[in-house]
Design a protein around this ligand. Sequence first.
Ligand code: GSH
Length: 351
Amino acid sequence: MANGYHIVGDIGSPYSMKMRAILRYRRLPFIWSQLSPKLKEETAHVKPPVIPVIKFLDDGVWHVDSTPMAYELEQKHPGQRSIIPDDAGLAFLSHLIEDLADEWMTKMMYHYRWWREPDQNFCSYWLASSHTGFAPEETVQGIADFLKERQVSRLALVGSTETTKPIIEESFLEVIDILDQHIGESRFLFGSRPSLADFGIFGQFSQLNHDPTSLGIIRDKSPRFSTWIDHLDDASGLEDGEWIDPSQPLPEGVIRLLKMTEEVYLPFLIANDEALKNGEETFTVGIMGRTYQQGTFKYQQKCLNWLREEYSQLQGAPKERVDAWFNTGDLFKEIGFKHAQFVDRAGDTFR
Ligand SMILES: N[C@@H](CCC(=O)N[C@@H](CS)C(=O)NCC(=O)O)C(=O)O
């Protein structure tokens, strides 16, 4: 394959599933490889060391980080089943919701996977079989034990503790409720074709719709959302979708996700940003009437800066609509969107 893509990921990685689903929906030719020791070595120079990594076969270069990769694919294949709404205002909202999924819903994914013992046992074994390419039982179990211990010990690092558990679990239930209601009215968030936001949610929920406890909850609360997740994994056969008309009121489901962004995600991003600026290692912020505490993450500061940058590029009617959709625009003013600076993405690290 002279052109196309080689994606190296893991079936247990939400961002890998997200990128594979995007390549499929966009009908871009690709080869999927499960990460192996050999491929790990081959991609060891790609920084930061996360998956998925994707080799663009036309230039032979490995790329990393799903959001910038999704935008690069847009530039390389303009007009071919784009996942970015044509209207700049809707495109901004789609990015905002994708970011909510990538950075906040991922806490749900990690929390449900590693909090309870039955999930810990099942998921560590599942990941170990996958990582080792179905090695002999003893090897798999040994790696599963190692993974279980390491991942459980990282729960607090991603913000899952006894104190934050109700916040994470309640917001998980809220997302299920929002999507259940939305899918009853419209196929995707911004119309009858999937956007970056849908793929962001899909990535995290491809895992939540698999791991025992969260799968049970999704099936119980919304069988149709469970089916929606399964379908978006391969939407290559979907035809003729349209974006919603930006001059019309936003769908209720989008409004509710933006409300979650405003009430849960942006306060989190802002507190993280302020703590980093003050040289602090942890931060505390009030979310959903409770106290949320976590260690600072540099990558999430970059997320906030990218959103500021994208907002600063809006102008005219799309900008007016975005401000109106957020009622007053006060929130943007508060977090400095109105004075955004261009932020160079080169040389990023994730933490
Ligand atoms: N922002 C990155 C995040 C990628 C990421 O965090 N990947 C995880 C797996 S889903 C990873 O490789 N973590 C490193 C590790 O587990 O050692 C993206 O969107 O691609």
